[in-house]
Write a protein that binds this ligand. Structure first.
Ligand SMILES: Nc1ncnc2c1ncn2[C@@H]1O[C@H](COP(=O)(O)OP(=O)(O)OP(=O)(O)O)[C@@H](O)[C@H]1O
Length: 268
């Protein structure tokens, strides 16, 4: 089991020898308003991990994602993606985003929503349709390719959003509270589907923001627990439980023990 990462000043063991997919060293971000969103963040995430970020509102989770995606620069510190300068890495490989709001274009059919980013990147029409149908099948929506978003439930809309993100075969998938607006049953179904997709493609790394500690423990190989004002990594907790995980894990003593461990760090 590879593990990650570090907390401010303390770097934990990285058993995997390959270049980390995401590497942050002494990253700070101060917005123009003077808010110190991140202070001295050190992070090393090997390829193929599923890492969740939890922490109080405003601790800088989305800021970390924005820096990785290139939506703004750090105030200080160094960052490398896939062992490269971030701008070069972003040109070479895809980084996809999924947000809490599925952000589908309401007047476009499901398939057109999924193919749109590929169209913008000038991928030939037949190729983008083939890829879109493939990812829609992965999320079980192949029969809804020609439906409009308003004909779908909240969970189905999120599946379309995930399919759209997967269509470009990203090396890195950033998910910012994707299941936050869904009911518990739908959320759990989508968690299992997402894990199934991630396991099929061992090279895709997923970074996942959630406020739900149970969700973080169920999904992740490691959990980055953050603290606020200023935003820092309080601790990184490994979840050394093999995949595939299923309902039995949710009721296992190991599960509640790790939930307790994460909650303890969150509340201190
Ligand atoms: N564009 C911005 N300009 C100024 N301050 C900002 C900006 N974006 C975020 N902040 C501030 O930076 C801090 C970190 O915000 P961020 O959105 O990264 O936190 P978060 O952990 O994702 O929060 P939440 O869990 O509520 O989504 C907050 O205090 C926020 O108000």
């Amino acid at each position: 089991m590879s593990s990650i990462i570090s907390t401010s000043g303390v770097t934990s063991t990285v058993k995997k020898r390959s270049t980390p997919l995401v590497e942050m060293e002494g990253i700070s971000k101060i917005y123009q308003t003077g808010t110190i969103a991140l202070q001295d963040v050190n992070l090393r995430i090997p390829e193929g991990e599923f890492v969740s970020f939890v922490g109080p509102s405003g601790c800088g989770k989305s800021t970390i994602f924005r820096l990785i995606a290139g939506l703004g620069d750090p105030t200080s510190g160094t960052m490398r993606l896939m062992g490269m300068d971030p701008a070069d890495a972003r040109k070479q490989s895809d980084i996809s985003f999924v947000f809490q709001d599925a952000t589908l274009l309401p007047w476009c059919k499901v398939i057109d929503n999924v193919t749109l980013p590929m169209e913008l990147r000038k991928i030939p029409k037949q190729e983008r349709i083939d890829k879109a149908m493939h990812v829609l099948e992965m999320v079980g929506l192949q029969d809804y390719a020609h439906a409009l978003p308003r004909q779908l439930s909240g969970g189905m809309k999120m599946r379309v959003s995930i399919a759209r993100a997967l269509a470009s075969e990203p090396k890195l998938l950033l998910m910012d509270e994707p299941f936050g607006a869904l009911d518990e049953m739908t959320r759990q179904t989508l968690q299992d589907e997402l894990l199934g997709i991630w396991q099929k493609d061992k090279k895709m790394t997923v970074l996942f923001v959630t406020h739900n500690v149970f969700e973080a423990v169920y999904l992740s190989t490691s959990i980055v627990v953050m603290s606020a004002r200023p935003g820092k990594i309080a601790e990184t907790i490994s979840v050394p439980v093999p995949f595939p995980r299923n309902e039995n894990f949710r009721t296992a003593s190991e599960f509640s023990q790790i939930v307790g461990q994460v909650s303890d760090v969150l509340h201190h």
